[in-house]
Write a protein that binds this ligand. Structure first.
Ligand code: TXA
Ligand code: MG
Length: 328
């Protein structure tokens, strides 16, 4: 489906549509259509305690949804929107508690994708949209991923492959202080630089209450087969023996998400990712899907220690949460 008018009409009637963004595909509903919001949770099999990000077309549209818009929000939104940055701010009554899981704050983001921006404009309302995958699973970076994830039950606007490939950086904003709730393509350093250039000296704090950031759950983004991370390459026969010995450690369920656990392991599928952070992020979810559909009982990825900090941080966060086992 590529017709914006059709998509807007589904949203108008309280339905959901797959929407491309520069990070990952979202499953969108209008914030002023409760049946649509409820449908996001049911289609995704997502628990109601996990809040949704609201997508806006402009800074003005964002400001209409909050009760406070600190100087930090103004600077970051002006500098990085449209872009892969979600700002968590105190919400006002325009945002239903269903969207925020009862939290007093709302996550807001202006996506940098022409189709998403056109859909928000055509709909005439901000769109709540989590990533368009079943809860706990690998996020979609192509329209086909969304179609197969929901077995054709959701109409999807095709905007091509996502450029960034991992979800937005999420930052809680208070006057004078920021907390990183989810690392992403935009690093803390880049945000701090922008604030400093604007003359703001905001400090980074640990999130006040870890429970207020459900995206910080330990496991997420899991592919259909267990992913095993190795800190260094191993000889195939040695690795197979090691994995067989640790089979019992592979979880069959994590935080309510069922994981397929092989009863025996005879074949490991080794996958790889580019050695450059932005390129690796772009290919991560497609790579996990392709690898999970190849022959093999489990996936193996060598991920050295020097790819965990700095520009690698967002990607490492996803890999760590996607993995069932680490051998290091
Ligand atoms: O790049 C993205 O952010 C993508 C695209 C579609 O925009 N969306 C996305 O949504 O990743 P989702 O639902 O998969 O992850 C959103 C996470 C939630 O799990 C939650 O942790 C956090 O955002 N979040 C949303 N609202 C929040 C709030 N008020 N307080 C704390 N965390 C919040
Ligand atoms: Mg998600």
């Amino acid at each position: 489906m590529t017709d914006l008018k059709e998509a807007a009409s589904i949203l108008e009637q309280g339905g959901v549509v797959g929407m491309p963004t520069e990070t990952v595909y979202g499953l969108a509903a209008r914030i002023d259509r409760e049946p649509g919001i409820r449908r996001i949770f049911s289609v995704k099999e997502r628990p109601f305690f996990d809040p949704l990000i609201v997508h806006v077309g402009s800074v003005e549209q964002a400001r209409a949804l909050v009760s406070d818009w600190p100087a930090e929000a103004e600077v970051l939104a002006k500098r990085f929107w449209p872009g892969p940055l979600t700002l968590v701010l105190p919400k006002n009554d325009m945002v239903s508690p269903l969207i925020t899981s009862g939290l007093p704050t709302v996550g807001l983001r202006c996506p940098d994708h022409p189709v998403a921006l056109a859909l928000i404009r055509e709909a005439g309302a901000p769109l709540a949209a989590p990533s368009a995958n079943r809860f706990g699973r690998t996020s979609p970076t192509r329209a086909e991923h969304v179609e197969s994830e929901f077995e054709g039950r959701v109409k999807v606007l095709d905007g091509g492959p996502c450029d960034i490939g991992i979800e937005s950086t999420i930052v809680a904003v208070e006057p004078g202080a920021l907390s990183l709730l989810r690392p992403g393509h935009l690093s803390e350093e880049r945000l701090s630089e922008a604030l400093a250039e604007a003359g703001l000296r905001s400090e980074w704090r640990e999130p006040k209450d870890k429970r207020s950031a459900p995206g910080q759950m330990k496991h997420h983004y899991m592919p259909d087969k267990p992913l095993i991370l190795l800190a260094a390459p191993m000889e195939p026969a040695v690795l197979l023996r090691e994995v067989r010995g640790r089979l019992a450690e592979l979880p069959s369920e994590v935080e309510g998400v069922r994981i397929r656990r092989p009863s025996e392991v005879n074949l490991l599928h080794e996958m790889s990712l580019p050695a450059e952070p932005a390129q690796a992020a772009r290919e991560l979810y497609q790579g996990l899907r392709t690898a999970a559909s190849a022959p093999g009982d489990a996936l193996v990825l060598v991920w050295p220690f020097d790819r965990r900090e700095g520009d690698w941080r967002g990607l490492w966060d996803r890999l760590r949460k996607a993995a069932s086992l680490r051998i290091e």
